[in-house]
Structures are given as structure tokens and as C-alpha cells.
Design a protein around this ligand. Structure first.
Ligand code: CP
Length: 322
């Protein structure tokens, strides 16, 4: 651990009972969590994929929004730590009878729960829950705010592909995040994680989906993907979140795709070893062409695999800190 954390390693203790945002984590916290995840990676390759780290503990997946990757990944991560896992979906629950988010969380906690993993369409929902319960709360995506474990698994994937897991120091790297930045919790968490590790970030998208406020976060902004591509080490393609659009953000899907879609033709402009990332779910043929999504440059399935170790580390550290 000392190599990653420098001279302060011996004094360092993970200080957070909750994992709500990457904005509030220090670069040391992020490196410590990534290093902890490295230690958990081997569990998934054993024939018996379990360690007793959270034996006797209970983790609840409290999901108010659809999910494939994050929900399954948190479930498996908790199982691999030997915790009991309870799945909760708003559909089919007493939320349909008018029960509030806070009452729902408090009732679930009253069953003797150690961690609640929350996904909710409202920004700030995970923090609200954390203020109402005594157990750990992990944010699995809250509205347009943050998706911290996605940001962590993305930087973990970059570090592994580019052999930077010794230090998790991203100095000299430049990453483009492309698409619907305005509605993206993934973009916000990525910006915080990448910058805290030392990378530069350029955000690319149509003016209607690229708020100028990101400049204040230290990001470069561009509307020209062709100009940006040759200068970046990784490109993270985002889905257009049609379900969150309140007005038409671009003239047509065809025009969006021709300007901001990552096509095989456009990839000719990029470095040969550029990393192509996507948090999923992908709209093949819109923001990314299948030939690119399934190419050797793509880290898309590695991101999903890496999510397990990241979520094991997140659960282990936060429940441990409780
Ligand atoms: N990346 C991500 O959050 O995917 P899901 O919506 O499937 O969880």
C-alpha cells in the first residue's frame, strides 16, 4: 500500500461511512479505494469466489431506477464479501402506495441492515437517505448528480490498461468525455476522479448538452470531436439520455451521430492505442458504431468486470468505517 500512498500511508485510515460522491473524496481516498480494489480482484478468479470480509453483514440494493450493470455488480460484490443481500425495487413495493423514500429507507434499516445501495432519479437522493439512517449508504447513481462507483471503475480501467496501477498517477494523460454531458452523472464523477488523479479532461458535445459551468471545474470544452480525438489517450462515449431531455437538444439523431458518433472512419484520426470507453447501456449506431464498440481498443466489458472489485472495495471500506 505504501507505494500508492506515499509517506502518509501508515497514518491513513479510510474516513468515510458513506460513498456518496467523488467530489468529496480526496485524491488519497480515491487512490486508497483503487488500491483496495486491486486486492479484491483475485477473488473473482478463484473457483470459490468468496471472502469472509462482510460475513454476517446485510447489504440492501434499493433501486428506484432501472439498472443492469450497477445492480448486478453491487449484488455480486456483496455476495463475494459473504454479506447477505436483499433486493428492493420501487415497482411492487409500498412506494406505489405513497410511502416516501426516507420512510422506505428507515423501514428497511429497521430490519438490521449494514449498508444501503441507492439508485434514484432525483439528484441528492442518496445523501438524503444517508442523513436519515445510521448504516452506510452508497450512491449507485442519483439523477444528474454523480455515479461514484462508475467514475472509480472507469479510472481503475484506465490505470490497468495503461499500467498505472503502481501509483494511480494520471499525470500527462488526457481523457475526452463525449456526448450528453448535461444530464450525465457519469461525466461528473469521471471529471472528479480523473482530475484528482492528475489527468486533463476535455468535454465534447453539442452546445445544448454541454453546460459552460464545467469550465469552472477545470475542464476544456469542445464541440469538435474530430479536432479533439488525435490528442487524447481515452475517449469515454456517453449515451444521450432521451428520458431526461425536456426539449429537442439537436436537430436529428442522424446529425448527432454524424458529428458526435464514434465511427470506424472517425477512429482513423485517433491514436492507434486509444482506449474506447462507455458506461453502458450503449445505443449502437448512435453514439458508437458496433465496429468500434467491439474493437480491441474498447474497454467496455473490462469496465463491467472491474466494477466488481471497485464495489467490493466500496462496500468493505464504508461498512468497515461504520
Ligand atoms: N453504467 C450503468 O450505470 O449501467 P446501469 O444503468 O445498467 O446500471
Amino acid at each position: 500500500m505504501s507505494k500508492q500512498l506515499g509517506n502518509q500511508a501508515d497514518d491513513y485510515r479510510w474516513p468515510h461511512r458513506h460513498l456518496l460522491s467523488l467530489e468529496e473524496l480526496s485524491s488519497q481516498d480515491i487512490r486508497f479505494l483503487l488500491t483496495t480494489a486491486l486486492g479484491f480482484e483475485s477473488v473473482s478468479t478463484r473457483s470459490v469466489k468468496k471472502v469472509p470480509a462482510l460475513r454476517g453483514r446485510v447489504v440492501v440494493n434499493l433501486f428506484f431506477e432501472d439498472s443492469t450493470r450497477t445492480r448486478a455488480s453491487f449484488h455480486l460484490a456483496a455476495s463475494r464479501l459473504s454479506a447477505d443481500v436483499l433486493e428492493f425495487s420501487a415497482k411492487g413495493s409500498s412506494v406505489a402506495k405513497g410511502e416516501t423514500l426516507i420512510d422506505t429507507a428507515r423501514n428497511i434499516e429497521a430490519m438490521g441492515v449494514d449498508a444501503i445501495v441507492v439508485r434514484h432519479q432525483q439528484s441528492g437522493a442518496a445523501r438524503m437517505v444517508s442523513q436519515a439512517v445510521g448504516c452506510s449508504v452508497l450512491n449507485a447513481g442519483d439523477g444528474q448528480h454523480e455515479h461514484p462507483t462508475q467514475g472509480l471503475l472507469d479510472v481503475f480501467t484506465i490505470a490497468k490498461r495503461l499500467n498505472r496501477t503502481d501509483t494511480f498517477d494520471f499525470t500527462g494523460l488526457k481523457v475526452a468525455i463525449v456526448g450528453d454531458i448535461a444530464h450525465s452523472r457519469v461525466a461528473r464523477s469521471n471529471v472528479h476522479a480523473l482530475q484528482k488523479l492528475g489527468a486533463r479532461v476535455v468535454l465534447v458535445g453539442p452546445p445544448t448538452l454541454l453546460p459552460g459551468g464545467f469550465r469552472d471545474m477545470g475542464c476544456e470544452l469542445s464541440h469538435d470531436l474530430d479536432a479533439v480525438l488525435p490528442g487524447v489517450d481515452a475517449v469515454n462515449m456517453l449515451r444521450v439520455q432521451f428520458e431526461r431531455l425536456t426539449s429537442q437538444a439537436f436537430p436529428s439523431v442522424r446529425e448527432y451521430s454524424s458529428l458526435f458518433g464514434l465511427t470506424a472512419a472517425r477512429m482513423q484520426r485517433a491514436r492507434k492505442d486509444i482506449l474506447v470507453m462507455h458506461p453502458g447501456p450503449m445505443n449502437r449506431g448512435l453514439e458508437i458504431e458496433s465496429a468500434v464498440a467491439d474493437s480491441p481498443n474498447s474497454t467496455i466489458l473490462e469496465q463491467v468486470t472491474n466494477g466488481l472489485a471497485i464495489r467490493m472495495a466500496g462496500l468493505f471500506l464504508t461498512v468497515g468505517a461504520s
